[in-house]
Ligand binder design. Sequence first.
Ligand code: SF4
Length: 333
Amino acid sequence: MPARVGIPGTLLYYLYFPVWETFFRNIGAEVVTSGKTNKKALDYGVKEALADACVPIKLYFGHVLNLIEKGVDYLFVPRVVCLNGETTYCPKFLGLPDMIRHVLTDLPPLIDVRMDVREGTGALYRAYSEAGRALGAKWPAVAQAYGKAILAGRRFFALLQAGYQPPEALEIFKNKSAVQKSPGHFHRNKTELVFAILGYPYLIHDQFVSVGLLNKLSKMGIKAVTAENLPAKPLARQPHILDKRLFWTFSDLAYKATQFLLQRGGVDGIIHLTAFGCGPDAMLDKFMEMLVKERSSIPFMSLTVDEHSGEAGMTTRLEAFADMVRRKKGAAA
Ligand code: SF4
């Protein structure tokens, strides 16, 4: 019987699941996911995680508990440090396997390989080899699975860059569906609004914790573009305009996405979705707001979500923001 490897359906799942799934499947394992976030996962997480953890980390605990209930043989909880050679994931990502081990009991073995491309050529391959060895896979199978995983990752990122949001791209990946016409990024008719929604992919694309933010915008006839849809190279080449470079990967990305969008234009409003209890966001949010105000007249709004966020509050704020953007646009026309 193949080993059942559990992958929590949150945090980097939204960006790297196709890579991880392809790797484990190709070394002969069965991949089990925790499914979409729901009230049970949130309640589990709130109960079990450290009290002062941010909502996404609480949710991660909930997803892990869900996988334990499903009886997986292994849990894949990588220690993802740096994947671009420059910035580092937030300390909570670095300490994820330790937090899980420290707080939860009756865990299956953790595959907690460290991923840090700054450790030299082949660092990522070595991490995957270690994961493969934990499951008893031999090197030819590991090398082949790694090659396939990298290709799957490239195909997935191409979908994001074509304008699909991660959940849509994941559906295409999982169901091996044919790729339809690209949704595009900024294409719109004359009356349609385009909002940039910036922030953590594990908040924006989690229907439950974001209280359906992207769906609500779509129902309001507003097109959403996220950092995942923006072209990677121009984004990476954005100059560092702060006195000190933002250290954390997602903060750096959100700030560069703001810079890029202000230069490029094509968006009518910018929303920064932040997590209650997130240290990096406390600073980043102010930096983003100042940048938008200094360089443009584009309306900017921060939305903070926590474990108590509700439908009504989110809808009211979105509607008020959209009305304000429409009025402003109408006055400028
Ligand atoms: S970046 Fe913020 S929201 Fe994300 S895990 Fe770290 S503290 Fe939590």
